[in-house]
Design a protein around this ligand. Structure first.
Ligand code: UDP
Length: 198
């Protein structure tokens, strides 16, 4: 990850909202799966005390400050400051505004049964023509995972929203990224599908 500012030892990308939307667009055009995480202060604290989680965050291509608390923390320490809050929910909405033009195909994975599909319906109304090519709830057993991976791959999705809560969603992305050859960007979105479903 390039150009980061550490908050309690957790690297956060030194980037604006517009910069983050552009980064996602670049990732969508390049090879491999690019993890994008969106920690709020609670999640920064969690990563500070959980080495495995912190290591996973360090492997991300983009880590945006979801909470204003993360931005404020950067102002209270020496060195460079984070330019602004980049909420995960808003970042996703801003990528959706260019989804049709750029050919993004979304898969919504996570939240309680029915929520991902409801979120997909709402987003189809908000962004006419948007391709949301699959959904799956976030309550599964280990043995269900191969079928979930297969469904994501068969859908043709190139951008995956993972809403399993932290650190589960980040660990899941890291563990499975090598099994998702068509996915260019996987974003850990926390409660965003619930938000989109309304
Ligand atoms: N969730 C899930 N599977 C789980 C645990 C949680 O799909 O095993 C979902 C939950 O329904 C909610 C989201 O993950 O939609 C967690 O949202 P939260 O705002 O707690 O996310 P965080 O702030 O932890 O990233």
């Amino acid at each position: 990850m390039m150009n980061t500012i550490e908050i309690l030892g957790v690297p956060i990308s030194n980037i604006t909202m517009n910069g983050a939307v552009e980064k996602v667009s670049e990732f969508m055009k390049s090879d491999g799966l690019h993890p994008v995480y969106t920690p709020n202060p609670e999640i920064v604290m969690l990563a500070k005390g959980n080495k495995a989680f912190l290591e996973v965050i360090k492997k991300a291509d983009l880590v945006v400050p979801d909470g204003i608390g993360v931005v404020i923390a950067s102002k209270l320490q020496k060195g460079e400051r984070l330019p602004e809050r980049v909420a995960g929910y808003d970042l996703v909405q801003n990528t959706m505004k260019r989804a049709v033009k750029e050919g993004y195909k979304y898969y919504f994975f996570g939240s309680k049964p029915g929520i991902a599909e409801e979120a997909a319906q709402k987003m189809r109304e908000t962004y006419p023509g948007i391709q949301i090519v699959g959904t799956r709830d976030g309550y599964f057993k280990k043995e269900d995972e191969p079928a979930i991976i297969e469904d994501i791959n068969a859908s043709g999705a190139n951008i995956l929203l993972v809403a399993l809560g932290a650190p589960k969603q980040e660990m899941w992305i890291e563990e499975n990224k090598h099994l998702l050859p068509n996915v260019r960007v996987a974003i850990g979105v926390g409660g965003s599908l619930d938000g989109m479903a309304g």
